[in-house]
Design a protein around this ligand. Sequence first.
Ligand code: GMT
Length: 379
Amino acid sequence: MKIGISCHHTYGGSGAVATELGKALAARGHVVHFINRSAPFRLGSFTENIYYHEVEAMHYPLFECPFYSLALASKIAEVAMFEKLDIVHAHYAIPHAMSAMLARQMVEDRCRESSCFRIATTLHGTDITVVGADASMQGAVRLAINKSDGVTTVSEYLKRETERLFEPRVPIEVIANFVDTREFQRQSGLERLERQLGLRGEKICIHLSNFRPVKRIGDVLSTFSRVLERVPATLLMVGDGPERSEAEVWVREHGIAGHVRFLGKIDDIVPLLSLADVMLMPSNAESFGLAALEAMACGVPVVVTDAGGFPEFVEHGRHGYLVAPGEVEEMARCCLELLLDDEQHRRMAEACIRQAERYRTSVLVEQYEDFYERLLAGR
Ligand code: GMT
C-alpha cells in the first residue's frame, strides 16, 4: 500500500506512535509518506520506503497567523495525486483529519476520480478530551470524525469518551499503542551514564512526559519526596513543558534538588529507562499512557493512576500499582512496597516484560494493515 501519514511532530505519544507505525509499515514493504510541519522526532535518518514532505505555511502580513491547516491540505493533495496514495492516516482529528478531508476534495476537483485515497483517523486523547471538549473546536472535531472512512482510538476508554462527547455516526475501532520490544529492552553496562548522572547505587524513580497540567507533575514530586524519607533515591524527570519551571522551584524550596535530575527532552530513552526501578505517571487520565508501556518493556514496574487507559494494560499488583488520581500517600506507599522488596520487584519486572510483549509492534501493525485493507475494500 502507499500510505500518507500526518501527525504532530513534537515530543509526545501521538507523534511517537505515528512515526513508529510508519517505520514498521515501511519495513513490511509498504511505501510511507510523512506529510508534516517538521520531521517527527523519532523518524531518524533516511530509511527505505519512507519519504518526508515538509509543509510550509505562507506568511503574509495581512494574516495574523499562517494558515497551516490549509497548507497541509494542499500538500496532502499534491502528494496523494503524484504518489497515488491509497490511504491518508491522520493522527488527531484536528488539524490532520480535517486537512485530509479538504485534500480529498481538492484531488476530486482536479481528477474527477472516484477511487480517491481513503482517510483513516486515529484519535489519541487530548484531541478528544481537551481540544475536542472545547466549544470552539467541537464542530470541527465531530465533522473530521464523521467524514473519515475509518476511525480508531488507542483504548476502550477513549472510544467511550469519543462516543459520549461526539455521538459519532461512524463506528470506532480500538487499536492500542504498541512498543518495539526489540528496541525497548533493559540495557546493561550503563556505568558511564550512571556516573554522568551522579548516581551511586540508590533506587531510581523516573517520570517522562510533556509536563502539561494533565500529568500532575506536583504529584510526581510529592510522591517522590515521601519515598525519599524512607529510601535513598534519585528521580529522573525526562521531557519538558509548561510545568517544568514550577517543578524546579518546588524541589529547591523543599530541599530535594540534589535528588532530582531534570533532563529535558531526550529522544533515546531506553538507557534511562534501563536505570529505573519504578516509573511514576500520576496523570488525571491518559487515553493510553505509551510511556508506561515503554517502561514496562524495559522491565520497569509502574505506579500509575486508576483512570483512562491505564487499567487496560496495567494489572494492579502484577505490573505495578493503580492508584486514584491525587492520592500521593498511597502512591508513595506503593512505590516503597516495590522498592523495599527485591523479590516482589523482580517478579513484577518480569511480568511487565511479558505484558509489553503482548503489545509488540508486529501485533498491532497487523491490526492497522487489516484496518486499511477493509477501508480500501469499501472504496
Ligand atoms: O499527553 C501526551 O503525552 C501527549 C499526547 C499526544 O497527543 O501526543 O499523548 C496522547 O497520545 C498517546 C499515544 O496514543 C497516548 O499514549 C497518551 O496517553 C495520550 N495522552 C493523553 O491522553 C493525555
